[in-house]
Design a protein around this ligand. Sequence first.
Ligand code: ACO
Ligand code: OAA
Length: 373
Amino acid sequence: MADKPTKGLADVVAASTALSDIDGQAGRLFYRGYDIHDLAGRTTFEETAHLLQYGTLPTREQLSTYGEELVRGRTLGTLAEANIPEIAEKQAPMEALRTLVSLAGGDDPDKDTNDPEANLRKAARLTAQQPILVARYHAARTGATVPDPDPELSVAANFLLQITGRTPGEREVEIFDACLVLHADHTMNASTFAARVCAATLSDMHSAVVAAIGTLKGPLHGGANEQVMRTLESLDAGSVAQSVRDRLAAGEKIMGFGHRVYKTEDPRATHLRKMSQELGEASGDDTYYRMSKEMEEVVFETKGLYPNVDFYAATVYHYLGIPTDLFTPVFSVSRMSGWTAHVIEQHADNRLIRPDSEYIGERDQKWKPISER
Ligand SMILES: CC(=O)SCCNC(=O)CCNC(=O)[C@H](O)C(C)(C)COP(=O)(O)OP(=O)(O)OC[C@H]1O[C@@H](n2cnc3c(N)ncnc32)[C@H](O)[C@@H]1OP(=O)(O)O
Ligand SMILES: O=C([O-])CC(=O)C(=O)O
């Protein structure tokens, strides 16, 4: 008979990875041995994606080659292109991305192979395409003309340009770039696990990241950042503390708080809180930042819970002018770098992921023909 399951696989070690590591007690996060505090604000998203996918922080030459690959990858195949208008009309952002990434896979020149070199090329193309897909989807649904991708601009700068339609300020780009770095990878989170389960059947990288996108979408995972903003919008600035206490007393979960692994502050939240404060103050109206601080205090006092990465990311994206329903797609823009690196890692040392289950259903049932049921 199978052992009792660990609900939600808490504390179960499901894979070996050299990509990222978390110390949940100390609140520390490392990408390939580099402390996130050393990377955020000092290393670009492009360097971080290279670190995850290729295993090293790039030299100038490697960065130039990889950067060019990311710029070349900013085109979509005809399958995705042709379907953007109808998808934008009928699907919400994360559903649309799930569909569009799948369609883009249909035009990928390496789609029929899991060869390691091909996987690296696909990882770069998927990382390059994700922000473009978000921008093109957003333009199609709003009827706005999206500026063409600017090959001189980084992933972060180009994304802000294409989403907001205006040239972003230098500091905005620095902050958004650091957001992308902070969201790039996070050990065996639910979406990465989904990607690895799919990849472990020796399915292809596009299928694995489609599984990951569908998994990130949920409000207990990446979808929480959008819900944080919706909560802030639903609260009255003058009664934040009481409303949050009431919601907690009613047994509601407050999105953006709590974490399976961190028992202290999520190290990414430390950076995002500062960014939210800076952008809020610079905008001339830091109400949402101040409301967030108040929420943080009340949730800690009442439940002893800390904010996770999604909490302050919400106001940071809001102040950067990103529409609320694109917050989770933004998460996917960054996490694509980690998901693809995990697929590469899974394929390099593969075994089918197939856990057991505990049977809790009926036994010894007697079959009856339909006429007697
Ligand atoms: C990128 C990311 O995915 S970060 C996480 C994003 N998700 C969210 O912000 C959603 C809100 N948070 C949560 O739902 C959870 O904290 C999770 C999903 C992140 C972690 O879940 P788990 O480790 O399974 O913890 P679980 O949900 O069992 O919570 C443990 C206890 O804390 C409570 N709790 C956890 N998070 C919250 C919250 N945000 N608000 C209120 N109570 C909470 C639970 O109600 C539960 O209480 P109980 O023991 O009295 O029933
Ligand atoms: O690790 C997790 O469970 C969720 C998370 O914070 C992430 O994916 O960034």
